[in-house]
Design a binder for this molecule. Sequence first.
Ligand code: GLU
Length: 488
Amino acid sequence: MNKVRFAPSPTGYLHIGGLRTALYNYLFAKSNKAKFLLRIEDTDQTRHVKDADQQIIETLKTFGINFDEGPFYQSQRLEIYQKYVKQLIKEDKAYYCFCTKERLDEMRKKQISEKRIPKYDRHCLNLSKEKIEEKLKNKEPHVIRLRLPDNKDIIFKDKVYGEIKINSKDMDDQVLLKSDGYPTYHLAVVVDDHEMDVTHIIRGEEWLPSTPKHILLYQMFNWETPEFIHLPLLLNPDKSKLSKRQGDVAAEEFLNKGYLPEAILNYIAFLGWNPKTTKEIYSVEELIKDFDIAKINKAGAIFDIEKLNWFNAEYVRNIVKEKGERYQKLLAEAKKYFPLDLDQNKLENIFIVLSSRLNYLSELEESSKFIFELPNYDPQMLIFKKSDQEKTIKGLKLAQLFLTGIPEKDEPFWSEGPKLYQNLNEYLVDYFGEKIKENDLNPGDAFWPLRVALSGLDKSPSPAEILWILGKKESLNRINIALKKLDT
Ligand code: GLU
């Protein structure tokens, strides 16, 4: 049976690139009826961040990326790696190295000054058996290095990048076991992928240069090599490698901001894979159905926040349209961004109006402020650019009169729910528009100041939407304030 794995190092948050790797593994597993395992690669004690593993597991859960096996922890498998590395020593495929850090630094400096590629000079390769025994007995700190074969071509075929060939003379006698008894990534990853029966390794392109080392280890152990599928790099819009400096890269950050997990997954599924259709909105089930590693691209994929925003907004709008279970959940989440405890009807009205314009949920905090407290704005803002003070006052008074005439009680204009919004807007444009014309004003003389009076903002939802949210009393109150500001 085929098996894939996601193997994060617990060095902090889950990077958006890591999430993509996890997703592709998951999609592969689901679409090929393969098993999916999670392995925490915690062998680098210096980079270990406490509880990072739990956070990664939680985040995967939020995204619905469930694994069938694990989590396995490499730090709990040290004996296994030590056993295998001893086997390599016995077979003369690895050797002890007692070089001090000072010596290695010195060596590297010299090589660089001679314009050579720095690599281990095999100083310890020819130590006699007795010498090694003695040093071991004296507990001299040491590592174990891979002994590269001389002048050997290492060839493998990556499913995305094609054939890769490198000669062993351009490689280094890699450390396999560190002085603290922990394996390096290269040893641990090969041993584990073999021991755990992984058949397909799907991981980021940054590991492609390490793969020849892994291939060599598979050969030395006489193990069958799995398939390799490296995923293209994720880039910033300026084509540099995706990094924190240009914005968020932690999957958790996006969740905290109120992006929907399904929208994030949909978007990142496209970072390096293309279904070759024009369809963009994919549920996870649809992704599973269409996912195919043959359609993974080689070229770096740009992580474009604008596009992610588009996906998220699209998902929110659909959820609001469908009014299903997900909608109720979203409403409950939206609640926490408002300063007051609102009744259900009001909450929905506000949410329906504001959600049609947002990128992600936490924007509600900012975009709803004007509803709860009228901002203190400059009276000049009330005057449309093609209008003047006199016409503005006339327009606002007209609005005052018009709205006063619409009874509040049992009047759908004020009270009816979302269904009526469309009519409300039409009503305003038709009936109030008519009054504007009758009074020799242009729409801008009345609609513009009405909107500013209601919102106190330069940009806001339409007057009809705000009237509906605020209700009659507060709307008239705000129009009054505006008229006062205009010194009437
Ligand atoms: N532990 C590596 C990482 O954090 C995984 C590399 C691999 O998948 O082989 O990205």
